[in-house]
Design a protein around this ligand. Structure first.
Ligand code: ARG
Length: 591
């Protein structure tokens, strides 16, 4: 591996070594490495001396943190990464990075390309995301799951993991009884002619109304479920027809947003549900409760799963138990990630614990994550709804995004400069980019306010600002008439320039790229990446305001090109581009 080194991780190892040597009388002394928040205090800091002094104090030894810091410092060997170390304040160790090291590290981008940090082992990761329900609305919550899930897949794919993208479609269950019964009444010829259902939601509402008021219909609906679950051909066919209508609608959204996902809905698990119920039953994990069969993750602690209902039917819990087993045993996954609203956190917590209890997963070998997210609110801070109070149709939301982004481009009179094709690409890049970015840039654990006005602003941490910043950076090399090939040739003999204070400031931000990615693989919070690209863009502006890349004479002819700075700009552009890739944004060369 000869890509960019992860600085924080390397410092951690260096200091871990030094601290264990210096503090031999404490087992596992705390290793604390942070980013310095003021250049006066270096670039990074080791803040271990204070907690170590506290441990000594508890052991009855009084040693000043500064003294501890000194003994740690003595054990840190000279390292090409570190320019200088100093002790400050109560016992902080300030770490100053070496510019030569920074230069070499950034130059690897031109030698090897922008490589991800190396992984110990290629993992098989299944990401369960999007997962709307047939015949019901695919709402903004599912949009959030789609955007976050896709971005997590992109990140893990970049790392080189083996990622399986799964759409756990809600395509099975009791609601199909009434849908099928209603279909049989409305379109008796459904077996020979495909039924023209234009609006499946309306169709669902009609069938639900009949189900709630007509006892005869209700009975038939129940009978239909039983037949469907026994795979009776005519009922199966009716079910397929209904699913197809939904599927086409969902696909339109995925296509527009360039989301790749494989459908494997709840129906896929029907026979596996039968098997898992039997298996849990045989192993004594199930308990009878008022006709239901339930499973506790720990006897009488928390809420149990409902494995079968009193009528013998299966539930959301049953399908998730069958699915987790299929994913671990058949798919041989090392890591499973579920992306749903935070409201389902308890559900997944219990599923994970029950899967452990049943011996399906082993937390030493498998990693399981529920990636939850907060609700989407409208600008009135209430649940996101249309003016009339209906749920917002996603396709209409995307259309509005397109319309607004075009208005924005026209407002800037870009329609007069760009070709028709360029305009269309800019419009789509902005529309889908801003919807995705607005979502990803908010801490997913919090609720977030959906506002086209905010997301289309061209100042602040928005997709529009960043996409423009990126095209501006790209245009620097273009203005110098440098092709990518030429830049690659220059990089063979010239080093990235880091001498000027603002160059070094930008360089240090760029050097953090591997660390930012590593942090996100731990907490799966994409807003760190958004904050990071935004920091690149703003730091770049500072650099560009005080450092010439190209000098021109009064007639506009180029008199001098600073190649080291062109390389720095190029490195910034490459890293920004990779961040966009991970966030699912598509930069365009002109906008
Ligand atoms: N269909 C569910 C919903 O709309 C989400 C499914 C998430 N995945 C899972 N394995 N339970 O809430």
């Amino acid at each position: 591996f000869a890509g960019m080194m992860s600085i924080q991780e390397n410092l951690y190892e260096i200091f871990q070594q030094a601290i264990t040597e210096a503090i031999s009388d404490i087992t596992d002394p705390p290793i604390v490495i942070t980013l310095a928040n003021n250049v006066k205090f270096g670039d990074y800091q080791c803040n271990s001396a204070m907690p170590i002094a506290n441990i000594y104090k508890q052991l009855g030894k009084k040693i000043a943190p500064r003294e501890i810091a000194t003994s740690i410092l003595e054990k840190v060997p000279t390292n090409p990464m570190i320019d200088k170390l100093e002790i400050a304040g109560a016992g902080f160790i300030n770490i100053f990075l070496s510019k030569t090291y920074g230069m070499q590290n950034l130059n690897t981008i031109f030698e090897k390309g922008l490589l991800p940090p190396p992984i110990d082992k290629k993992l098989r990761v299944l990401v369960d995301f999007s997962s709307p329900n047939i015949a019901k609305e695919m709402h903004v919550g599912h949009l959030r799951s789609t955007i976050i899930g896709d971005s997590i897949c992109r990140l893990l794919e970049y790392f080189g993991h083996d990622v399986v993208r799964i759409n756990h479609l809600g395509d099975w269950g009791t609601q199909f009884g009434m849908l099928i019964a209603h279909l049989q009444d409305q379109f008796p010829n459904y077996l020979t002619e495909s039924p023209p259902i234009a609006d499946l939601q309306a169709f669902y509402k009609e069938s639900k109304a009949r189900f709630d008021t007509d006892a005869e219909f209700k009975k038939r609906a129940y009978a239909c479920v039983v037949k469907l679950q026994a795979f009776e051909p005519d009922h199966y066919k009716a079910w397929q027809l209904i699913c197809d209508v939904s599927r086409k609608e969902f696909q339109k959204i995925y296509d527009r947003m360039e989301i790749v996902i494989t459908e494997r809905g709840e129906s896929f698990y029907q026979d596996r549900m039968e098997k898992i119920v039997k298996e849990l039953e045989d192993n004594g994990f199930l308990e009878l409760d008022d006709g239901r069969k339930i499973m506790w993750s720990e006897q009488n602690v928390g809420i149990p799963l409902t494995i079968t209902k009193s009528d013998g039917g299966y539930t959301y819990d049953t399908s998730d138990m069958a699915a987790i087993k299929q994913r671990i045993v058949e798919e041989k996954c090392d890591w499973i990630i579920y992306v749903t609203d935070s409201g389902q956190a308890t559900h997944f917590d219990i599923i994970f614990k029950c899967a452990k209890r049943a011996g399906i997963v082993d937390f030493h070998k498998h990693r399981l994550d529920h990636v939850g997210f907060g609700v989407v609110l409208g600008e009135d801070k209430k649940k996101f709804k249309t003016r009339s109070g209906d749920t917002v149709r996603l396709i209409e939301l995307l259309d509005e995004g397109l319309k607004r982004s075009l208005d924005k481009l026209k407002e800037k009179e870009r329609d007069k400069v760009l070709t028709e094709d360029e305009l269309k690409r800019a419009q789509e890049s902005i529309a889908y980019g801003c919807i995705k970015y607005a979502d990803l840039s908010h801490n997913r654990n919090q609720e977030y306010v959906f506002s086209f006005d905010k997301m289309l602003e061209d100042k602040g941490n928005t997709a529009v600002y960043l996409l423009y910043a990126y095209t501006r950076i790209r245009s620097i090399a273009r203005n110098a008439n440098y092709t990518p090939e030429k830049i690659a040739t220059i990089a063979k003999t010239v080093s990235i320039s880091l001498e000027h204070e603002k160059e070094w400031k930008l360089g240090k931000v760029l050097l953090r790229f591997p660390d930012v990615l590593l942090k996100i693989t731990k907490d799966l919070c994409l807003h760190h990446l958004c904050e990071y690209v935004y920091e690149i863009a703003t730091t770049f502006t500072e650099f560009y305001d005080s450092c010439y890349c190209i000098e021109k004479d009064s007639s506009g002819d180029i008199i001098k090109v600073n190649n080291g700075r062109i390389l720095l700009a190029e490195a910034a552009a490459l890293i920004m581009h990779k961040c966009f890739d991970i966030l699912g944004l598509q930069p365009v060369s002109r906008m």
